[in-house]
Design a protein. Structure first.
Lengths: 345, 408
C-alpha cells in the first residue's frame, strides 16, 4: 500500500472512530465530501488521488468497519462513470459531485429498459435516493448508461424500509422518461463495457465493506469474551469459544486475501470477463463470510446481543442485506459453477 | 514489491524461468503416472518416485532452495515459488518420498549442522538417499514436546530406546531426523536433543501402518539400544527443540502454494464426476460447487499472500496457521462435495492410488486422505489455538491441572 493510501486510511479510521458506529448519514456524508474521499480513485489529471480501485477498496473497508450510513458506494460508481465518459461537461459534473451533490445508483439487479428513446422500469436497491439529485442508471440490455435527474416527470421514488438500519434503500420507477433529456454517458458497445466496469467495482466495493464489517465485529466479540466473566473465568478462556473465533478470523483473512488477489490481478482491466469473475467471487465470499461471522457473533454475545442498545444486531442486519445486494449469494455461486462447467471440456 | 514475482528477481527473469520450467515439465512429466500408481504395490510407487527424483534433480528443479554452488541451488524464494506453481500446473507427481531429505534434512544441516555433517550427508541426498522424520510418538502428537524416546549418552555415543510413529515412508528411509529426550529434569522442551540416525543401524525396526485407505505410507519405528555417534548430533545437547523448529520451517510456505494450486487445477475433476453421475444441471450442486470454487480461490490467494509476506519479510505470528487451517478445511469440503456428487457409485470399492495425491477423483479415498492435512503438521485444533491465543490475544487455559494417579 502506498504511503498516501496508508495515510488516507489512518485519517479515515480516526475520523470514523470519532464519529462512532452507524453515525448519522448527514454528518458522515459531510465528512466524506469535505475530506475529498470521493476523489480517491479519480485520475490525477482530473484532480484525483489516482489510487484506483485498491484505494477505493481501502475506503470501503474503513467505512464498513464503522457501519457507514452514507451513500459512498453509489456515489463512487457515479464518479467513475463520469470519469470514464467523454462528456463535454465532465469537469463541471465532477465539481458538482466533489462539492457534495449526490448521484446515487442501484445496489441490486437492474430493472431498467430502453424502449426506443424512452427509459422504463424500476431500479431497486437505490441508496439514499431521497437526498440525490440524479440516479446513475444502466439498462438490462447493456445498451445505455445515463444520469437521470430525479426531480422530473415520470420519475417516482418509493422508500423501501429494510431490516438493515445502516442503509436506506429506495425503488426508483421510471415511466417513459425521454432519453434525449438525460445525460448519456455511454451507448451501444461502449455502454456494455462501462456497465461491466461498474458491476465489477460494485462487487469489489461490497466485498471490502463486508470485510471491514466482519473484522470490526470479530474485534468487538473478542473484546466482549475477554471482559465477560462466567464460571469465575473470562469467556475468552474457553477453548470451545476460542476455536470459533479462530475460525472466523481465518475466514475473514481468506476473504481479504481473495479480494486483494482479485484487485491485484485485475489491475486496470476492470471491464474484462476476468474482472467480472473475480469481483463476483470476492463479493460472494466476503458477504457470506460477513453473514456467517455476524450469525455466530450474536450467539457469542449471549443475551446482550438481543438487546437493541447493543450494536451487534446492526452488524447482523447489514450483513444479511449485503449478502443479497448486487447478485445474491445463491445466484453468484450458481453463476461461478456454470462458468467452470462451460470451461471444462 | 513488484506486482508479480516479488522483490528477489526481476519480473523478466522470473517469467523466463517460468517458461523454462514449463517447457521442461511438458517434456518430462511421466505420462500416465496416475494410472501407473493406481492399484499397484508400494514398490511401483517407489520406483516411479526414484525415476522422477532423478529427472527433477538432474534438471536442478529438486534443489532450488539449496545455497548457491549446489546443483540447481541459489534460487530466490520468488523463483522457488515459480517452480512449485509450475509443478502444480503440470500435474506432475509430488516428490513425497524425498521431501524430508530435500527440505527437512538439508535445510536443518545447512542451518544448524557442522561442516563435517554437511559433507557426510548432503551429497548422499543429491544421489537419492531417503530420509524420514522421527518426531511424533504414540503419546506425543499435538503435545510433541512431551516425547519420551530416550537418548542416553555413553562416551562418544548416544543409546536410543523408544518408539516413533507417523513417519512418512520410513520403511524406505536410509536416515532419520530424530528428536529424543536426553534430560527429564526441566520443562519438556528443554531436555530434547536432535540426532541423525542411520536406519540400517542395529536395533532399528520399522513397521508400516496399514491405513484406512489401504495405503501404507506411514510407519512406526522402534529403537532398541540403537547407537548414534555424538558427531551425528545437530546443535548442542538439550537444544533439539530449536533445531526441530528450523526443520519444520524449512519449506517456508511453498508446499501450501503448490497444494492449493493443485486443488484449483483439480476442480474439473468434480465437473467430470458431475457429468458421469448426470447431475451437471442440478442447481443444488451448482450452488455447492460455486461456494467451493470461491473457497479454493481464497485458499490459493492466502497461500500466495503468505509466501509474498515471507519474501518481503512481513510475516506475522499466526499467518502460517491461517493458511494451513484454510487449506485443510477447503480440501475437506472439496473431497466431501466429490463424495456427495458421486453418490452410490462412489461407495463401490475401486481400489486406490498411492502416493498421498490429494485429488484422484476417487472421492471417498480423497475424502479420507484429506485428514492428512487436518491432522498432520499441527492439527486444525492446534492451529485454532495459535490463532486464538497469539493473533486474537485470547488467554491460554490455566496450567497446573493434573491427571489422576495411575491414568497415564
Amino acid at each position: 500500500m502506498s504511503v498516501e493510501l496508508t495515510e488516507l486510511q489512518d485519517s479515515a479510521r480516526r475520523v470514523l472512530d470519532g464519529a462512532g458506529l452507524a453515525a448519522a448519514e448527514e454528518a458522515i456524508w459531510a465528512q466524506i465530501v469535505e475530506l475529498g474521499w470521493l476523489l480517491v480513485a479519480v485520475p490525477e489529471a482530473l484532480g484525483g488521488l489516482e489510487a484506483g480501485i485498491p484505494g477505493a477498496s481501502t475506503m470501503h473497508a474503513e467505512l464498513g468497519r464503522r457501519l457507514s450510513t452514507a451513500p459512498y458506494l453509489p456515489a463512487m460508481l457515479a464518479v467513475d462513470a463520469i470519469c470514464q465518459s467523454d462528456l463535454v461537461e465532465r469537469d463541471s459534473w465532477l465539481e458538482r459531485l466533489v462539492g457534495g451533490e449526490l448521484i446515487t445508483a442501484s445496489l441490486a439487479e437492474c430493472g431498467i429498459r430502453a424502449n426506443g428513446n424512452r427509459l422504463d422500469g424500476t431500479s431497486i436497491g437505490v441508496q439514499s435516493a431521497d437526498s440525490a439529485s440524479h440516479i446513475l442508471v444502466w439498462t438490462a440490455c447493456n445498451d445505455v448508461v445515463a444520469l437521470v435527474a430525479l426531480d422530473q416527470q415520470g420519475v417516482e421514488i418509493v422508500a423501501r424500509p429494510t431490516w438493515d438500519q445502516t442503509r436506506r434503500l429506495f425503488d426508483v420507477r421510471l415511466a417513459s422518461v425521454d432519453l434525449a433529456d438525460q445525460t448519456i454517458l455511454a451507448e451501444g458497445a461502449d455502454a456494455g463495457v462501462l456497465i461491466q466496469r461498474l458491476l465489477a467495482q460494485r462487487d469489489f466495493a461490497l466485498a471490502a465493506d463486508a470485510i471491514g464489517g466482519a473484522s470490526a465485529l470479530l474485534d468487538l466479540t473478542v473484546e466482549h469474551l475477554q471482559t465477560r466473566v462466567q464460571f469465575k473465568r473470562p469467556l475468552a478462556m474457553f477453548q470451545a469459544l476460542k476455536h470459533r473465533c479462530a475460525d472466523m478470523k481465518a475466514s475473514i483473512a481468506a476473504a481479504e486475501a481473495m479480494l486483494a488477489d482479485g484487485l491485484r490481478r485485475v489491475g486496470d482491466s476492470l471491464d474484462s470477463a476476468d474482472a467480472r469473475h473475480k469481483s463476483m467471487g470476492a463479493k460472494l465470499l466476503a458477504t457470506s463470510t460477513f453473514a456467517r461471522v455476524a450469525e455466530d457473533c450474536l450467539q457469542l454475545h449471549g443475551g446482550i446481543g438481543m438487546a437493541d442498545e447493543h450494536p451487534c444486531h446492526l452488524f447482523l442486519k447489514r450483513s444479511l442485506l449485503s449478502e443479497q445486494l448486487s447478485g445474491s449469494a445463491n445466484a453468484y455461486a450458481a453463476e461461478l459453477a456454470l462458468g467452470l462447467l462451460a470451461n471444462t471440456k | 514489491m513488484k506486482a508479480d514475482g516479488g522483490i528477489e528477481g526481476s519480473t523478466d527473469s522470473i517469467e523466463s524461468l517460468r517458461q523454462d520450467v514449463r517447457a521442461w515439465l511438458r517434456k518430462n512429466v511421466p505420462a500416465g503416472w496416475r494410472d501407473a500408481m493406481t492399484n499397484v504395490g508400494q514398490d511401483s510407487f517407489v520406483a516411479l518416485q526414484k525415476d522422477w527424483f532423478e529427472k527433477l534433480s538432474q534438471a536442478g528443479y529438486a534443489t532450488p532452495h539449496w545455497p548457491e554452488g549446489w546443483l540447481g541451488g541459489g534460487r530466490s524464494l520468488a523463483e522457488q515459488k515459480v517452480i512449485f506453481e509450475e509443478v502444480a500446473r503440470a500435474d506432475a507427481p509430488r516428490l513425497i518420498l524425498y521431501f524430508v531429505a530435500l527440505y527437512h534434512a538439508a535445510c536443518t544441516l545447512f542451518e544448524c549442522g557442522t561442516d563435517q555433517q554437511r559433507e557426510k550427508y548432503l551429497q548422499g541426498i543429491l544421489k537419492g538417499e531417503i530420509w524420514c522424520q522421527g518426531f511424533s510418538e504414540p503419546n506425543a502428537g499435538s503435545d510433541l514436546a512431551s516425547l519420551r524416546t530416550r537418548a542416553e549418552r555413553r562416551g562418544d555415543r548416544y543409546i536410543i530406546n523408544g518408539q516413533k510413529i507417523w513417519s512418512t515412508m520410513a520403511q524406505y528411509a536410509d536416515y532419520c531426523l530424530l528428536l529424543a529426550r536426553t534430560d527429564n529434569s526441566g520443562p519438556p522442551q528443554a531436555g530434547l536433543t536432535y540426532l541423525l540416525l542411520d536406519m540400517k543401524a542395529k536395533g532399528v525396526s520399522v513397521r508400516p501402518i496399514s491405513q484406512i485407505t489401504g495405503d501404507d505410507e506411514f510407519a512406526e519405528i522402534f529403537f532398541d539400544d540403537v547407537e548414534v555417534p555424538v558427531v551425528d548430533r545437530v546443535g548442542a545437547e538439550g537444544e533439539g527443540w530449536a533445531v526441530a523448529q528450523a526443520t519444520l520451517a524449512s519449506e517456508r510456505g511453498l508446499t501450501l502454494v503448490e497444494l492449493t494450486q493443485r486443488m484449483r487445477y483439480a476442480l474439473p475433476m468434480l465437473v467430470n464426476t458431475m457429468r458421469e453421475r448426470g447431475c451437471q444441471d442440478d442447481p443444488v450442486v451448482h450452488r455447492d460447487l460455486g461456494n467451493l470454487i470461491v473457497n479454493v480461490d481464497a485458499a490459493c490467494a492466502l497461500a500466495d499472500q503468505y509466501l509474498m509476506k515471507r519474501i518481503s519479510g512481513t510475516e506475522e505470528v499466526g499467518d502460517a496457521s491461517i493458511v494451513k487451517l484454510c487449506y485443510a478445511k477447503t480440501l475437506r469440503e472439496f473431497s466431501a462435495l466429490g463424495v456427495r456428487v458421486s453418490g452410490l457409485a462412489g461407495q463401490y470399492y475401486s481400489g486406490f492410488m498411492r502416493g498421498a495425491t490429494q485429488e484422484t477423483g476417487n472421492w471417498t479415498l480423497d475424502f479420507m486422505n484429506s485428514y492428512n492435512w487436518s491432522i498432520a503438521g499441527g492439527s486444525n485444533e492446534i492451529q485454532r489455538n495459535i490463532i486464538a491465543e497469539r493473533m486474537l490475544g485470547m488467554p491460554r487455559e490455566p496450567k497446573g491441572w493434573q491427571l489422576a494417579e495411575g491414568k497415564a
